[in-house]
Ligand binder design. Sequence first.
Ligand code: PMP
Length: 377
Amino acid sequence: MTHIYLDYNASAPLHPDAWAVMEPVLKVQGGAHNASAVHHYGRAGRKIVEDARRHVAQLVGADVNQVIFNSGATEGNNTVLRHFSETYADEVILVSSIEHPSVLEGLEAHGRIQCVPVDGDGRIRLDALEEMLSGEGKVSLLSCMAVNNETGVIQDIASLSALAHRHGALFHCDATQAAGRIPVDMKALGIDFLTLSSHKIGGPQGVGALVLGLCGQTPKLLFGGGQEKSTRAGTENVAGIAGFGAAAGAVLAGLEDYQGLAALRDRLEVELKAISPEIIIHSKDALRVVNTSFFSLAGANAQSMLMALDLEGIAVSNGSACSSGSVKPSITLKAMGQSAEIASSALRVSIGWDTKEGDIDAFLSAWTKIYSRIKVG
Ligand code: PMP
C-alpha cells in the first residue's frame, strides 16, 4: 500500500537540500565535528554552524548574532517563559489561550499566568488583551504564537506586540508554524523573543532556535559549557544545525511558490463539503496559512477516523497529537468556544513541499469511503 503523508504541521518530511548538507557531515568522522574544537574538524564544524546561522537569521529578518541554536521549539518556549516566571516572579505573564503546551504548561509555580481569549475563529482578542494589560499588576511578558498549529490561523502579531510594548511588557512569539509559510520579519513585527523549530520547515528533528530581539534580555535554560556565546550550553548538533540552515534557505527562497498550495487546500475543502455537507471547516473566515485545513464531522470520533484513514494509507492528525499517541479533544477548538463533541471530532490535514494533486485525490477517495460507511452504520 502506498502511504500518503498529510501531517506537515506535526513534522515535515526532510527537504532534499537539508539532507544534501547533512549527509557529508554525518559521514565525516562519524559526524564528530565538535564545533568548539580547534583542530581541522572543529573549524569545519564551526563554519557549518555559522553558515546555517546566516540562513536562519535571514528567514526571520534578524542579525546572525541574535540566533541561538537549541533543541527545538519546546526548549525555546520553555527558556523564555521560565526566565520571565523566575526573574519577574511578582509580575503577570499573559499568554494566549491557544498556545502550544510548551508555553502553557510547567508554570504552575508562578501563579500569575493569565490567558488571553480568542474569538470564534481563533483570533486572539485585542480588546480583551488591552483590558488585561490595563488591569491590576504589571505585566512582564505577552506570549502569542504567530500561526496556530491546529487551525493555521495567522495572528495580528504587529498589533499584539505594539499593545504589549505600549504597556511596558515584552513580547514573545512562537513562530514555529509561521516560518517558511508567511514572511516573518522580527524587527518590523516588534518581536523581542522568537521561537523556531527545524522539523516544521523540512529540517531534521531535535534542533531549533531562539532568536533574540533588541530588548537586551537573554533568557537561559541550560548551563555548563560556553557554547552559543554562553547562552545555551551543550555541544552543538552540527549535522542537525546544517540541515536546519539548509531548510531555512529553501523555504525562504520558495516562500512565493509555497502560496500555490492554497489551490490544493481550497480544492480539498470544497470537495470535502460536497461529499459531507454537514462538515464544519474551522476558521474558514480568518486569515490562514495556505497548507492547513482543520475540520469536524460532529459525532464522528477523531481517533476512529484517524485509524480508518490510516488503514486506507492516509496519515493525518487531530491537530494536537500528544506524545502518548492518544487523541485528545482540541485545545484550540475548546478555546474558540466549540462544544466537546466538535472538539473531539476534529481532524487536521496539513500539506507541504512534497504534496501533489494525487495525494488530495487519494485523501478524498478514502474520505468518501469512510463517510459512506458512517452514514450506512
Ligand atoms: N510550538 C508549536 C506551535 C508547535 O506546533 C510545536 C510542535 N508541535 C512546538 C511548539 C514544539 O516544537 P518542537 O517539536 O520543536 O519541540
